[in-house]
Design a protein around this ligand. Structure first.
Ligand code: ASP
Length: 327
């Protein structure tokens, strides 16, 4: 091909590339034009599912499109997160991840098929979720001091429910167990929705979990809460002491849930989704539902995609040495 032919070809290619980027831009500007799938990496009825449903219910109104929740379970939430990382990066498939899927899983799964920072665009933080130490209602210990003594004395007999290796319930109880120096049997579920049902039914002994689906059960007396692992008590459970008040200050844990999009999702799309999250978090009805369930609503500065990116980075840095030491 002579120089004229070559420059014609490269001119056409440049025009095509320009056209493609214009189309992508136009698509991002008109986003969303159809329903959005929100992957929830745990079973229905657990904290991640409940928070995702509360916030996306409002986001759907802002965006003018349905948001369909798809519960994809397995491997402590990493199966779903792998799937979300491989989805088209057009804003129509998102995931509500958490401290487990987007931080703790990194040191726990050496062959993880995604990386929370490299495979996703952070979209926005939805809620902070204090961790509670919970037990079936007829578990013998009356308070945290008795719990500590009982679990130490019955280490080989007691069991702890969790939502799979790397889940929040798993890593927070691993941390608790390492503080206590015990290794009880773990009982995995597809999420702490089903794990909570087993706790209510008295089929498992204890669990450490995000406050959200525990509040109605604790208040209804179907399970008991020994302590909340945060510096302050939670207004939704004012009678539950902090771990420091109850004699175990070394156990501190708080988790969070947030929305992520596959890497390369256009910035305009991420911005629209983030705006919809912010609107939801400012809505009185959404706030009330989240607060009634004990969650902590992120303050303004913590709501940006950049702030979520920083959180993921600092949480990986925080949990990696802790979990390596525990293992
Ligand atoms: N709270 C859970 C966890 O332990 C998962 C869930 O939301 O069901 O990671």
């Amino acid at each position: 091909m002579n120089w004229y032919g070559r420059s014609l070809v490269s001119g056409c290619l440049a025009a095509l590339a320009g056209l493609a980027s214009l189309t992508a831009q136009a698509q991002a500007q008109s986003y969303p034009t159809r329903s959005i799938t929100m992957i929830v990496p745990f079973a229905a009825g657990g904290p991640t599912d409940v928070i995702a449903r509360i916030v996306t219910g409002h986001m759907a109104q802002t965006l003018g499109q349905t948001i369909i929740i798809e519960n994809v379970v397995g491997a402590g939430g990493t199966t779903a997160t792998t799937r979300a990382s491989r989805a088209a990066n057009d804003g129509y498939t998102l995931i509500t991840g958490h401290m487990g899927t987007h931080a703790a899983s990194v040191p726990l799964y050496p062959n993880l098929a995604y990386h929370p920072e490299k495979s996703f665009e952070p979209v926005g933080l939805l809620a902070g979720t204090p961790i509670l130490i919970l037990a079936r209602k007829d578990f013998p210990p009356k308070d945290l001091k008795e719990f500590v003594a009982y679990v130490k004395a019955n280490e080989t007999k007691v069991n702890a429910a969790h939502a799979g290796v790397g889940s929040v319930s798993n890593v927070s109880c691993e941390l608790l167990n390492s503080v206590l120096g015990v290794k009880p049997v773990g009982v995995p579920f597809n999420g702490t929705g089903p794990a909570m049902n087993a706790l209510v039914a008295g089929q498992v002994d204890y669990m450490c979990d995000q406050i959200v689906n525990a509040v109605p059960q604790v208040n209804g007396g179907t399970i008991k809460a020994y302590a909340v692992a945060t510096p302050e008590r939670n207004p939704s459970l004012p009678n539950v002491p902090t771990t420091a008040e109850a004699g175990l200050p070394a156990f501190q844990a708080q988790a969070w849930n947030a929305i992520f999009a596959p890497k390369g999702t256009p910035p305009e799309v991420v911005a629209k989704l983030n705006e919809a999250i912010v609107k939801a978090l400012d809505d009185e009805a959404v706030r009330k539902r989240l607060l009634d369930l004990g969650s902590v609503i992120p303050a303004g500065a913590d709501r940006t995609p950049a702030a979520l990116g920083k959180l993921v980075n600092s949480e990986i840095a925080k949990w990696t040495p802790v979990l390596k030491a525990v293992n």
